[in-house]
Design a binder for this molecule. Structure first.
Ligand code: LLP
Length: 441
């Protein structure tokens, strides 16, 4: 269990987050409930800038909003001076709806639609991160039609094998993302973009993967990217004024995870970049970081109510909760590990290891494989930690379950930032063609 400045156990022996009693939250707002600790998000944003503002002022931290995209979070990160990475029309519209400054937004994606490109150009995002020549051609045409120009970063695959789950690695040679440096396609892509009428080649982007703890792959990426900046200058006589190094900084899900602080990752990367710039005699580019998970991950906690408890003697004990893969698919997708506690009995000694199962009709629908808990009873409130990133944003309505609401907690106050989904909303999208009407008579 992680005790932090904004998470503690109160005098009633209950978990408290952002000054709010978790059991009261569960009873007031219902479960499952996503809880987001505002101060924790803000503290991470500040820590990202802690080193940058002195060591590399020409920089921007962009929140990779795929981790958790909702208006309140865009507002919080913007107020801390962050830009944003968006990857779809939906994310861009949410950011703009929150009043986000378009000039601090980078538009990503390996298969952007025409309407996404039009929205990116029309809304004046800072740059589009181009992932294929097919996209570059269409973006050029969209700009021509709109009578506008667009800055372009080229997504480069530097070919780095970071140690993380293979589904969240992004720069192995067989990756679907970006143009490889190794086979010359990145250079060819820049050459082609330089020849377009409406695109301004502005810089390079890479993202080596997610939930990475080691510094080595990040430093290697800096080395390879700065080598490539030199190649671009020599071969194409083009300058790279922005270098976006993506995100990927690991967070704590369980005691096994030992991440560095954001400022420690940033410090090491900036040191390496400064060295490479000097060594390779480069003009310092504007530096962009793109963290997602580390900004919101540990600030999120999900609350559940314990239901059925099933003891398969000498095999396994399950406690089932009212959530599941529809609101947190990460175990089902990656066998992700989490830690949990009984929020209403936070001071009681754990006595048994159980598996926390969701309520979906799927054997793989687990939330926590090995949770060490006091003897759980129906009605207990279970808290699962570090659920702020890639939970709500990957939620769905499997088994027609409703996506839970989210509350933002701070100084003892809790407010909805995502209101509850209703069954009326769910059903309102169903339509029955007239020819089916007779069938039920
Ligand atoms: N930039 C780009 C281009 C990305 O693709 C990503 C994440 C990020 C930045 C942010 O990476 P982060 O700092 O969050 O590691 N659903 C998976 C994670 C997928 C990450 C996708 N890209 C999970 O639940 O672990």
């Amino acid at each position: 269990m992680k005790i932090t400045d904004t998470m503690n156990i109160n005098s009633e022996g209950r978990l408290q987050i952002g000054g709010c009693d978790a059991v009261t939250l569960a009873h007031k707002f219902g479960t499952p409930l996503y809880v987001l600790d505002e101060e924790r998000v803000r503290a991470v944003c500040r820590d990202f800038y802690a080193v940058l503002k002195d060591k590399y002022p020409d920089s921007l931290v962009c929140y990779a909003s795929k981790a958790l995209s909702c208006k309140a979070v865009y507002k919080i990160v913007a107020s801390e001076g962050l830009g944003a990475d968006v990857v779809s029309e939906g994310e861009l519209l949410t950011a703009l709806g929150a009043g986000f400054n378009a000039d601090t937004i980078y538009f990503h994606g390996n298969n952007k639609s025409d309407s996404e490109l039009k929205l990116a150009v029309g809304s004046g995002v800072h740059a589009v991160v181009v992932d294929s020549l097919y996209e570059a051609g269409r973006l050029d045409a969209v700009c021509a039609a709109a009578g506008k120009r667009m800055r372009v970063l080229v997504r480069v695959n530097p070919g780095i094998d970071a140690h993380t789950h293979r589904f969240i690695q992004t720069t192995r040679v067989d990756s679907k993302f970006g143009f490889a440096i190794a086979d010359g396609s990145a250079l060819a892509a820049i050459g082609a973009i330089l020849k377009t009428d409406n695109l301004d080649f502005t810089g390079l982007h890479c993202h080596i993967g997610s939930q990475i703890f080691e510094l080595k792959p990040f430093k290697l990426a800096v080395d390879k990217m700065t080598d490539f900046i030199k190649t671009v200058a020599t071969e194409l006589n083009a300058g790279v004024s922005e270098l976006n190094l993506g995100g990927g900084y690991g967070i704590t899900y369980t005691d096994e995870d030992k991440p560095l602080k954001p400022s420690e990752y940033v410090d090491a990367i900036v040191e390496k970049l400064i060295d490479c710039i000097a060594e390779k005699a480069l003009t310092p580019p504007r530096l962009i970081f793109e963290p997602g998970r580390s900004v919101v991950g540990e600030a999120g906690t999900t609350l559940y109510t314990v239901g059925a408890v099933k003891d398969i003697k000498k095999v396994k004990k399950y406690i089932s909760v009212d959530g599941g893969m529809f609101e947190n698919p990460r175990y089902a997708l990656y066998e992700a590990k989490y830690e949990a506690m009984l929020a209403n009995r936070a001071l009681e000694k754990p006595v048994e290891t159980v598996t926390v199962a969701g309520k979906c009709c799927e054997s793989g629908d687990m939330l926590v494989k090995d949770a060490f808990l006091p003897k759980a009873e129906p009605g207990d409130i279970l808290a699962v930690f570090s659920t702020g990133a890639y939970n709500y944003s990957m939620a769905g309505n499997y088994n027609r379950n409703r996506i839970p609401p989210m509350v933002l907690v701070k100084d003892g106050k809790a407010d909805y930032i995502i209101r509850p989904q209703t069954y009326d909303e769910l059903l309102s999208r169903d339509v029955c063609p007239e020819r089916l009407e007779g069938d039920t008579d």
